[in-house]
Ligand binder design. Structure first.
Ligand SMILES: [Zn+2]
Ligand SMILES: [Zn+2]
Length: 267
């Protein structure tokens, strides 16, 4: 019994080390997908179409302007999630409760006072960091530290998604969805020509890149849409991904402030 527990802990540790090693490779992978897409959309298909004349040039110009603006927003939000600290526990943090009156510190805000004065809400302690854990804080075994309002450790951004970078993460999902949908729609006519009998213009290399970019962007658009819907419903209920699992046992979610306030707090 003891032995199997130790083996499992070791396996989890190995998994986390693998995730840490994966770090920079995932950033290169994201940049690689962006590169393939850029080559297919700008250099192979819509760049040359600018000189086609007539309506084709106008469509190409519109696609290129939209593609580049969304790309800037996507990369900006992506690197914001990568480089923003998700939120760490301040050193020597203690729950702000007035011990004499048994009331929460007014600076914490009224929405938390019922949480802190809740006798069922015991203060948690992280044995790995040797410190107290504020409410909604979780220890991330990949980052090796406690993260405030931790949502999940995201492999794609090589960072935890927590209190301070959640908004950037939502924007990243949003712009990725818009960009991949635009690319899928704009490459669709070129993709269809693969399966037509007529003569296909272009070198085998550019055709393969167009094919790959279409398949990748379609796959990303569909999976990111799923994530986006999931996270919008999580924000509407003021819940993190981790808490969504815990919530199944709680009848009334204590952080639910009503849909509007929940959205305001997530920013
Ligand atoms: Zn910790
Ligand atoms: Zn983490």
């Amino acid at each position: 019994m003891h032995r199997s527990g130790a083996t499992m802990a070791w396996n989890v540790f190995k998994f986390c080390t693998a995730l840490r090693g994966l770090g920079s490779i995932m950033i290169l992978l994201v940049l690689g997908v962006v590169g393939v897409t850029y080559y297919a959309v700008v250099l192979t298909n819509y760049g040359p179409a600018l000189y086609a004349g007539g309506l084709d040039s106008l469509v190409a110009l519109a696609v290129l302007i939209l593609f580049h603006s969304l790309l800037v927003m996507l990369l900006w939000s992506y690197f914001s999630v990568v480089f923003t600290d998700p939120g760490s526990v301040p050193p020597n943090w203690k729950p702000m409760i007035d011990e004499e009156r048994g009331e929460a510190d007014p600076l914490v805000g009224t929405e938390f006072s019922n949480v802190l004065s809740d006798p069922n809400q015991r203060v948690r302690y992280c044995r790995k960091c040797n410190q107290l854990k504020p409410p909604r804080c979780h220890h991330c075994s990949v980052c090796g530290r406690c993260v405030l309002k931790m949502d999940h450790h995201c492999v794609w951004v090589v960072n935890c998604v927590g209190a301070l970078n959640y908004k950037c993460f939502l924007l990243f999902l949003f712009y990725t969805f818009l960009e991949t949908t635009l690319v899928t729609a704009s490459l669709l006519p070129h993709f269809i020509t693969f399966f037509s009998d007529g003569e296909i213009p272009g070198t085998p290399g550019s055709l393969a890149t167009t094919f790959l970019a279409f398949v990748l962007n379609l796959a990303f658009a569909l999976s990111v849409l799923g994530f986006l819907i999931m996270h919008i419903s999580l924000v509407a209920a003021n819940t993190t991904t981790i808490e969504a699992y815990e919530k199944k046992t709680t009848p009334k979610w204590r952080y639910d402030l009503g849909r509007r306030k929940n959205f305001e707090q997530s920013g």
